[in-house]
Design a binder for this molecule. Structure first.
Ligand SMILES: [Zn+2]
Length: 350
């Protein structure tokens, strides 16, 4: 079969690889759709210590079960089912797994990092994942393309579990890429009074306007966008600020922008080569800010995202803006970088 294989920095090659063969307890999936994650792009551009090439990338997928060497009653799915997958696999136990925060466990592996992913027509599901019932059946009519954003949407839900957005809140999201847009939409679903998105790329800001947020602002180096945010909040600033862009400047700006008592989430990490930011920590002290991070997702987040997509109450069709064949994987990366696309979906059957 033809797969997109990561062979090292700046090298993702579409080439012939052997079809996966199953061991006991494993399941074979035929991939319908796999969206490109920001981390796929980052791995392509900068490499990732956790990913040892050659490795098939791609972990935001929806697929069909084509072969099983596990019992349907153990796996919770059967041949022919359309499925999504919680991509974190647990090995053993520790305090984080026991405490319901498996995303923080060091006893975990992840599809497309430690096991071949879904930029291919076929993907093998490891036996541990099958045993942990990590496959979830699509029961409705929602397209595979739309269902494939369950993974990143679950990551956003993980952040929201600490942000507690409610009807009195103005929420600002810095970064209007697919993740920023999903955060904004989740805030709205939770009843936020006002949702403001900001991005320094005018193309991205323009695209985010179709979702009907209260404001989408282009952030400028002169900081004039901050005055606009202040004007919209009686000078107080937003109650919740989500940083959905890998930028130390944006992190510093979030602290300055937030209202007193505000909640801030650093959703995106900084590059491993420069992980420090210059922050005015007096903003935290005097304004009693609450700052949280978020990494990956728990199974309950994935399940909630999966259910939300199945309900049809989330505009997934507007988020996936492009569908390309496997052969155009590098074009998919470029479309994301330029801000021309929100989510780009790869269909290995095209
Ligand atoms: Zn992802």
């Amino acid at each position: 079969m033809k797969a997109a294989v990561y062979e090292g920095k700046e090298r993702v090659v579409v080439r012939e690889v052997p079809e996966p063969s199953l061991e006991d307890g494993e399941i074979l999936l035929a991939i319908d759709a796999c969206c490109v994650c920001g981390t796929d792009l980052r791995t392509y551009r900068h490499g990732d210590k956790k990913i040892i090439p050659p490795r098939i990338l791609g972990h935001e997928f929806c697929a069909r079960v084509v072969e099983m060497r596990a019992k349907p009653e153990d796996a919770g799915v059967k041949v022919g089912d359309r499925v999504g997958m919680y991509i974190v696999i647990l090995h053993g136990n520790d305090r984080y797994i026991e405490g319901g925060r498996a995303n923080l466990s060091s006893h975990r592996t992840t599809m497309s990092y430690h096991h071949d992913g879904a930029f291919a027509p076929l993907m093998r599901v490891p036996a541990e994942a099958v045993r942990q019932r990590s496959l979830f059946r699509v029961t409705g009519e929602m397209s595979s393309r739309e269902m494939s954003i369950a993974e990143p949407l679950g990551c956003c839900m993980n952040a929201h579990s600490r942000l507690r957005v409610g009807m009195k809140d103005t929420v600002a999201v810095i970064g209007a890429g697919p993740i920023g847009v999903m955060h904004g939409l989740l805030a709205r679903l939770q009843g936020a009074q006002r949702v403001i998105l900001l991005d320094n790329n005018p193309a991205r800001a323009q695209m985010a306007k179709q979702f009907g947020f209260d404001a989408v602002l282009v952030s400028r180096p002169d900081g004039s966008h901050r005055a606009e945010v202040a004007a919209m909040t009686d000078g107080e600033g937003p109650d919740v600020v989500i940083v959905a862009v890998s930028s130390a400047t944006a992190q510093a700006e979030a602290l300055e922008m937030a209202a007193k008592g505000g909640r801030i989430n650093f959703f995106a990490g900084l590059p491993k080569s420069s992980p420090t930011a210059q922050l005015d920590v007096n903003q935290i002290h005097y304004k009693e800010l609450e700052i949280s991070g978020s990494y990956s997702e728990k199974k309950s987040d994935f399940q909630a995202a999966f259910a939300l997509l199945q309900s049809g109450r989330f505009p997934a069709d507007q988020i996936v803006t492009h569908t390309l064949p496997l052969s155009q994987i590098t074009k998919a990366f470029e479309l994301m970088e330029s801000g021309e696309a929100l989510k780009v979906c790869i269909d290995p059957n095209l």
